[in-house]
Design a protein around this ligand. Structure first.
Ligand code: C5P
Length: 223
């Protein structure tokens, strides 16, 4: 008999993009299918975890046994995550969160000729909260895993990101390889260095990643 790798653990994930309104019919968003995050949610549930998946808008349905909380904006995702994070054992941030939101979003649809003298609207932005950094900073918070999709200098950016966010494990991949794709080649960055994983379909890669996370989790403290 082999116990499941994450039996009884509470795993919280984010997945998909966020969508930041410009007006009631237009949004600013990131390119993210949600496939990697949903595959990880499924793999964590298969490994015996209680899984909550906070998801931005995607075309995917929640994996069996996974509690899905649907959100649109980064601020909604932040609120939904922070409500659950103090009770989670593991937090895996996979979502492609929009870095900025539109401050002057219109409550009515902006008309084509409704902008400035040139007829073009002017958008002003402000920064969205960094969900992963905020969870990583919680006292007694969950063990945190981040993702980085870079277009170049992956190792450099990934290790810098791991340190600046104060997280234990950062999973890197090349954005051009992974977007919309069904396969992925992940590299793990931890305090020991970089560990490349073989290219695989996203579910296989997710199952391997769950095994890597389970192997790194500190033993549960006294109850
Ligand atoms: O900061 P950056 O977007 O480069 O880092 C990516 C990692 O941080 C991913 O794990 C992503 O889910 C997470 N993140 C977040 N909240 C943000 C921005 C990124 O949780 N506002």
């Amino acid at each position: 008999f082999q116990p499941k790798l994450l039996a009884g653990k509470r795993v919280l994930l984010t997945a998909g993009p966020t969508a930041e309104p410009i007006d009631p019919v237009r949004v600013i968003t990131n390119r993210s299918s949600g496939k990697t995050g949903y595959a990880l949610a499924r793999a964590a549930a298969e490994a015996g975890a209680h899984v909550t998946l906070v998801s931005g808008p995607t075309a995917l349905t929640a994996p069996r046994g996974v509690r899905r909380v649907g959100v649109q904006t980064a601020r909604q995702m932040h609120e939904a995550v922070l409500a659950v994070a103090p009770l989670a054992d593991v937090f895996i941030a996979v979502a492609a969160v929009a870095d900025w939101r539109v401050v002057n979003a219109s409550t009515q649809k902006i008309k084509k000729q409704g902008g400035n003298a040139s007829g073009l609207p002017t958008l002003s932005f402000e920064a969205n909260p960094d969900i992963l950094a905020d969870v990583a900073a919680l006292p007694d918070g969950p063990w945190c895993v981040g993702f980085a999709a870079e277009t170049e200098n992956l190792a450099e950016h990934a290790e810098a990101k791991r340190r600046s966010k104060g997280i234990d494990l950062l999973v890197g991949n090349l954005a051009q390889d992974v977007m919309d794709a069904d396969t992925t080649a992940l590299q793990l960055f931890d305090a020991q260095g970089v560990h490349p994983m073989p290219a695989a379909d996203k579910l296989t890669a997710a199952r391997r990643l769950v095994a890597e996370i389970a192997a790194r989790l500190p033993p549960r403290g006294p109850l």
